[in-house]
Structures are given as C-alpha cells and as structure tokens.
Design a binder for this molecule. Structure first.
Ligand code: SAH
Ligand code: SF4
Length: 421
C-alpha cells in the first residue's frame, strides 16, 4: 500500500484496518483524565417524537437536551417561562464548553439552573472505553443500551482532525463486503447519541494552542446508513453546523451513503453537506449483488439524484467511494465502465482497499491492481485518493466499525438458514 498515493481528500478521512473488527469487547482502557457523565441515559429517543409531545408528556421524565437543536431548545426554555435567548446560552454551555452540569452554568440565573435540573438532563451515551493508536488515531466505545455498543474514531492528519461518527446500531442494508452489514440491524441512534459522539470527542481532545477545536471535520462514515435515520441525523447536523453548537462549515461535514434516493433529495433541501456515495460497482448487475439497495434505487436514479444534489451546492463535487475487491470490481474494463458511467457528474474518487473480517467472502485487490485502477481514473483527469491504513493496531475503521450489535432482525440466522452467507 505504501506505493499508493496517500489519502488527501477532506471527505475521506477514514481508516482501513488490516485487522477484522467484529466483536469489540465492552471493556477496555478507561479514558484517563476525562470526567464521565454520571447521568443515566433515558431509554427513549426524544427526537423521534415532536417536541410538543415531549413537553406535554405526563410524569417527570427529564428531557435530554442533547436531543435538541437550537429551535427545539428555544421552545423548551419558553415552556419554562424563560426568554428565547437563554437557549443560545444553554447551547454554548452544552456544545461549546462541553458542560453537563447545570450548576456550573454561571451566567444563568440560579432559578433557571434549578428549573433545568428538575426538568432536563445532558446525557451523552456512556463511555465504556477509549484506545489510542501508535499513529495518533483514537477510538471511543460508547454504550447505547441493551448490550449494544458503537464506536467513534478520531483521525489526526496534519492540521486537520476528522471524527468518524456512527448513525445506527448495525445496518439493515446488508452490503456483502461490510462487517456492519453482516451484523444486521438493531436500531437508529437518537440525536443525542449521534451528537454525543462529537460531544465526547471534543471534551476529550479540547482545543489546540491557537484555541481551535481539535476536531475540525466530521464524516458520517461509522456504523450504519445515515440516510436511513434522516430525522435524527438532520437534527444532529443542525447542531454541528450551528455557530452556538460546533460551528462547522457544511464542507467540513461529509455524509456517506450507499444511496437512498428520496432521503438524499431531502438532505439536499435541508443540509447540503459534502456528499460521499458508496458506488463500488460500475453497472447495475454487479451493484445489485454487492450493494443490495441498488435493486431499489439503481444507478441511473442514484446518479440523477447526485446531479440534483450538486445543483443545490454548485461548487461542490461528489466523492465516489469504491471498495477494491479482488477479481470482482477491479479490472481495467471495470475502470473504463466506471468512467463512462459517471462522465457527467462532477466527482472525485476514493478507492478503499477491502478490509477482510471473519466469514467475509472477498479478498482485497492486489496493490498493483489498485494502482492500475487509480491510474486509469487519473489519466482521465479525475482526482483519485486511495484510503490509507490507519489505526489498525486498535481495530479502528470508519465504514466497518463493528461495536457490539444485538441483531433485532435476526438477519444472520435467516441468511445462514437460507444458505446465503
Ligand atoms: N452506510 C454508509 C456509511 C458507512 S460505511 C455507506 O455505506 O456509505 C462507510 C464506507 O466504508 C462505505 O464506503 C463502505 O462501503 C465502506 N466499507 C464498508 N465495509 C468495508 C470493508 N470491509 N472494506 C472497505 N470498506 C468498507
Ligand atoms: Fe450499511 Fe454502509 Fe455497511 Fe452498506 S456499507 S451495510 S450501507 S454501513
């Protein structure tokens, strides 16, 4: 891999481990020096219900303020009889300063702090473990209830620091080369669980000597398909992009999708962040097999949606991700077919050497084959990056994070029964 051009695409701050990722234990090195939030995580997803219902909910269940974007926080503080601008102060305390203790919010009146403590919590997912790689990559394992865990990975690269964020526990889309897809699907992450990953990373990493946040970019390339959880991802994007939240520009946030077309159109209307599309095949016959969602949204529809997306973000481009599977999608003919397919879409390519995992049926393409494929695309004038291996000593990999998933859909059992594994 050393002969290949290192990854320099801002949207491609992802990792490729050489080690398989399944079965990450729910134990590990505790994150030293980082206070853990002792607040229990409510077991319901607040952002799945309208705020009006939450506020009117019977009983005294506290709301988790990590579930709220600015508009929802404003509604919430008004429901407490407070002025709207208090929401901005709260947002800064929670997301800018990483505070989870109302009593420390010194510019809020004591009466408001007491009201907040009675009605709300700031409850990120519980931190189970953290690990640091020799190359500076860091991984956090977060508990998301019912024996499930997710992983969040930080990749430092020069003056950029990229956080790879998960959106679901498992994934239902069952791409045949993906470790997460092999585990099946358990549930969507709540907004609090998605933004909680950034909250933890910022709290652990802090700022550089110039006062800039160490996390400068976010890629939604962890576990799960973000467009299959659009409402919660959308609220989390609100907070990432909000100046009172994390203040990230939309070009510093990349969403990677295998191509759920109607949700892609909605994302374009709501938050046209940088887009990465998991293409992986130059024709429908092959993509139907390795990215099964293609049977529902075939290439012509997906590429038309990409063009609509770019019309909303004219100076942008799509990054096409292409996993290199030995003898499956990596020949000279495939490269030429790919060029013909995407000829009218402004794009870059990110070639991802396949990372094997237990029971996977593919092999990684040979280094020379990847170089040959890259050169054909480059000679046609495209920018091509090849994803570098990072963090492999701690099993950290965007796009194939395994965590620990209890498969509600019992997909593995079904596939084994049907002889499809
Ligand atoms: N569900 C989204 C985002 C998560 S996957 C998507 O599919 O785009 C992030 C990236 O990792 C995707 O491009 C995915 O195809 C890739 N990936 C998954 N499994 C992989 C593997 N075993 N080896 C290399 N890349 C893989
Ligand atoms: Fe899901 Fe993405 Fe894995 Fe496909 S590659 S199974 S969409 S996480």
């Amino acid at each position: 891999m050393d002969s290949l051009k290192p990854d320099s695409d801002p949207s491609a701050g992802a990792l490729s481990p050489s080690a398989p990722l399944s079965g990450v234990p729910l134990s590990g090195t505790p994150l030293s020096g980082t206070p853990l939030s002792g607040t229990p995580l409510p077991d319901h997803a607040l952002s799945d219900v309208p705020l009006s219902d939450v506020l009117a909910a019977p009983g005294n269940t506290p709301v988790n303020l990590l579930d709220f974007n600015l508009a929802q926080l404003e509604t919430f503080v008004e429901s407490l009889g407070e002025k709207r601008f208090r929401a901005r102060q709260l947002m800064r305390w929670i997301h800018l300063y990483g505070q989870d203790d109302f009593s420390a919010m010194s510019d809020l009146a004591r009466s408001l702090r007491e009201k907040l403590a009675g009605r709300a919590v700031i409850a990120p997912p519980k931190l189970l473990a953290s690990q640091q790689s020799d190359d500076g990559t860091q991984k956090w394992v977060l508990e998301v209830g019912a024996g499930n865990a997710i992983e969040t990975v930080f990749i430092p690269e020069g003056d950029r620091g990229t956080l790879c964020v998960s959106s679901q526990v498992g994934c239902a889309l069952a791409c045949t080369f993906c470790s997460t897809g092999h585990q099946g699907f358990n549930r969507n992450l709540t907004t609090a669980e998605i933004i909680g990953q950034l909250w933890w990373a910022n709290r652990a990493l802090g700022r550089d000597p110039k006062g800039e946040r160490i996390v400068s970019n976010v890629v939604m390339m962890g576990m799960g398909e973000p467009l299959a959880n659009l409402d919660n991802v959308d609220a989390a994007l609100d907070i990432m992009l909000d100046d009172f939240g994390y203040g990230l520009s939309r070009r510093r946030v990349t969403l990677s999708t295998s191509g759920i077309v109607p949700a892609l159109d909605k994302l374009r209307e709501r938050h046209p962040v940088a887009l990465a599309v998991s293409l992986h095949a130059p024709n429908d016959a092959l993509r139907d097999v390795i990215v099964p969602i293609n049977r529902k949204y075939p290439l012509a529809e997906l590429l038309a949606a990409c063009k609509r997306y770019l019309a909303a973000a004219p100076r942008d481009f799509v990054t096409f991700e292409y996993v290199m599977l030995d003898g499956v999608n990596d020949t000279v003919a495939h490269a030429h077919e790919l060029l013909a397919l995407i000829h009218d879409v402004p794009c870059k390519f990110n070639l991802i050497p396949f990372n094997p995992f237990p029971n996977s049926i593919y092999r990684r393409s040979r280094s020379e084959t990847i170089s040959r494929f890259r050169d054909i695309l480059m000679q046609a004038g495209y920018v091509v990056t090849v994803r570098r291996t990072r963090g492999d000593d701690i099993d950290a990999a965007c796009g194939q994070l395994a965590g620990q998933v209890q498969d509600k859909s019992r997909r593995l059992e079904r596939l084994t029964r049907e002889g499809l594994r």
